[in-house]
Design a protein around this ligand. Structure first.
Ligand code: CA
Length: 229
């Protein structure tokens, strides 16, 4: 079942959208402020986000930008002001669609379905070539950029995913932090090799049963890290 996130501070509108989407068979979650909405959009796996522009906390512009930095989730932006819609279109924030309030709930449902179908086709078109890495309980779909540990899906940021995938693609090879930093972060990146340590820690928290005795990413003291085959 597709999961939809509605980020909307006007509760009456959010409820109406939720009702119609649920009637159409979607699972719906509502966030009534920007801060909660952004957190949910980044940490949970939604199939689509309906995003109001003017929100308490973080506004829709910022949420759209931050979600786009990390995810390809389709985003439908809504605003009461036609002028705002024109403005955000011009900004190229990466939203997939724009709607001016008020709109009919059935139009919203139609657009949601259209975007989900489009996104599924996009994902589906590459499924044939999906490269899967499976090592013990860890499964990485490098094409869809999804990770499961013992069947449970985990959320990774872009860099965490890139780092994990790089290491898992080269098992038993020891890499220094410096090598990993150069491999995963581009030259213009601000940061240093301590970034690698921080990311390894975060990855371990997600995939290791016992982070003090890692089964996947081993620390080779004084050298770097190795993904155990
Ligand atoms: Ca609003």
């Amino acid at each position: 079942m597709s999961k939809i996130l509605i980020i909307e501070d006007e509760e009456a509108i959010a409820d109406l959208e939720k009702d119609y989407l649920e009637l159409s068979g979607f699972e719906v979650q509502v966030a009534n402020d920007g801060t909660t909405g952004l957190k949910l959009a980044l940490t949970d796996n939604f199939n689509l986000v309906i995003l109001d522009l003017m929100l308490p906390g973080v506004d829709g512009f910022e949420i759209c930008r931050r979600v786009r930095d990390e995810k390809n989730t389709p985003i439908i932006m809504v605003s009461a002001k036609k002028d705002d819609i024109d403005k955000i279109r011009g900004l190229g924030l990466g939203a997939d669609d724009y709607m001016t309030k008020p709109f009919s709930p059935s139009e919203l449902v139609a657009r949601v379905k259209a975007h989900l179908a489009r996104y599924e086709r996009l994902i589906g078109s590459v499924v044939e070539e999906n490269k899967i890495i499976e090592i013990r309980g860890l499964k990485i779909d490098t094409t869809a950029r999804r990770v499961w540990i013992n069947g449970e899906e985990k959320n990774f940021t872009t860099k965490e995913f890139d780092l994990l995938t790089f290491l898992a693609s080269h098992p038993n090879h020891v890499y220094t932090k410096d090598e990993l930093f150069r491999e995963i972060w581009d030259m213009e990146s601000i940061g240093d090799i301590a970034t690698v340590t921080v990311h390894i820690k975060k990855i371990r928290e997600k995939i290791e049963y016992d982070t003090s005795n890692p089964q996947y990413i081993e620390t080779i003291w004084g050298v770097g890290y190795r993904f155990k085959m």
